[in-house]
Design a protein around this ligand. Sequence first.
Ligand code: 5CA
Length: 468
Amino acid sequence: MVENFSEWFHDILEEANITDSRYPIKGMAIWMPYGFKIRKYMLEIIKELLDKDHDEVLFPLLVPEGELAKEGEHIKGFEEEVYWVTKGGVNDLNEKLALRPTSETAIYPMYSLWIRSHIDLPIKYYQVVNTFRYETKHTRPLIRVREITTFKEAHTAHATKEECAQQIEDFIEIYKEFLDSLAIPYLISKRPPWDTFPGADYTMAFDIIMPDGKTLQIGTIHNLGQSFAKTFDITFEDKDGEHKYVYQTCAGVSDRIVASIIGVHGDEKGLRLPPRVSPNQITIIPILFKKGKEEVMSKCMEIKAALEDAGLRVNIDDRDIRPGKKFYDWELKGTPLKLEIGPRDLENNITIAMRRDEGEKIELTLDDDLVDNVKDLLDKYYKNLKETAWSFQSEHVKFTEEINEIANIIEAGNIAAVNWCGDEECGKQIEEKTGYDVLGIYKDAEENAKCIVSGNDAKYVALIAKTY
Ligand code: 5CA
């Protein structure tokens, strides 16, 4: 699978009924029923985490040109990617309207109206919307799309710089918990200045390693400082009676989360879905013969009801096809746990359980402990997915002190970690000399470490990778 991950990824999207990319606009696809369910459960998790302390809102899709162009850095970063609406029917519009590439310029003029006093702060809103980016790099389903269908963007405003910095830490914790629940490992880094979000002071990013060794940025958290507040005149009267600009953050994840669920956990047989997002957590496969058919089916329904009562998502595959084909299908679709029941199992009062990650057959007695035993297997499955994925990641981050080694490391499917003094000059030289990207600052360098380029004292360990 690693050799031809790209092909595997495209095939699985179609075979598992995730998306269909044959829509006649490049970079825009259809969410198919199975994919849509995974997306729905994924969104439920992030919303549940955000709802503890944020409020969901919904802004219009269109942004007037005048607002979009206000923040100089921001528009420079996005102008080549914006789709424009220029006509209403046959009439030219007085002002061009942008399809939001992201919503700072839609939201912040309203923040300027809503925020008056320190008692209005903090504001912590988020929305889940589609955004449009005319991407010029090679588009790929879920990974680089032109209609980002699942853009969760949070936008916060605070009275002080400290609270704003704290919000960045809070978002990091939220994303960690979110990705942990999906058993997805991550690398958190501070993006270098030349890869910071347009208009932001600094950007913290979550990256994952795909099976082909390329990294995918799956979430970003931006400290916007006061730049947008100054542009959009977002001020408040503080306790001391002074009028001050707010400090802001924004944070986003996208369809790429679903791409990473597929990419990080999949194997040669297909998907291996984390239980939280699997449309069916348990698939019951009845083994039916003419004799005893009804008894087997009624037992299947009884088990389904008991598991559903315990809050689990269960389906019975009673299609009139060979059981072998059913096993194959549910392996492809990544159901965490299969339960097989035939007439002989019924006689013995058992069901045969099979975890998607290990082919081993486990006999479970059909008694009061069944629900607990099933939950236990799901839990072990989730933990194993998580451990496997985290160890894949740690095996693929390789430290080097030789700039000439970076290419070998990366071409072998890894990420390189290097000491860096932190100077832009040196960072850019790494990119120029190797042809790869500096993801960002991963952590502080050890004492006496020297920059891989200048040989001066190193401040940081930076990650270098081939990126999506
Ligand atoms: N306003 C900020 C935070 S919401 C923002 O737009 N940040 S962003 O540009 O970094 O995008 C947020 C996340 O969306 C990125 O980290 C990336 O994971 C995802 N993303 C960006 N462009 C695309 C795209 N073309 N297709 C799929 N996902 C994308």
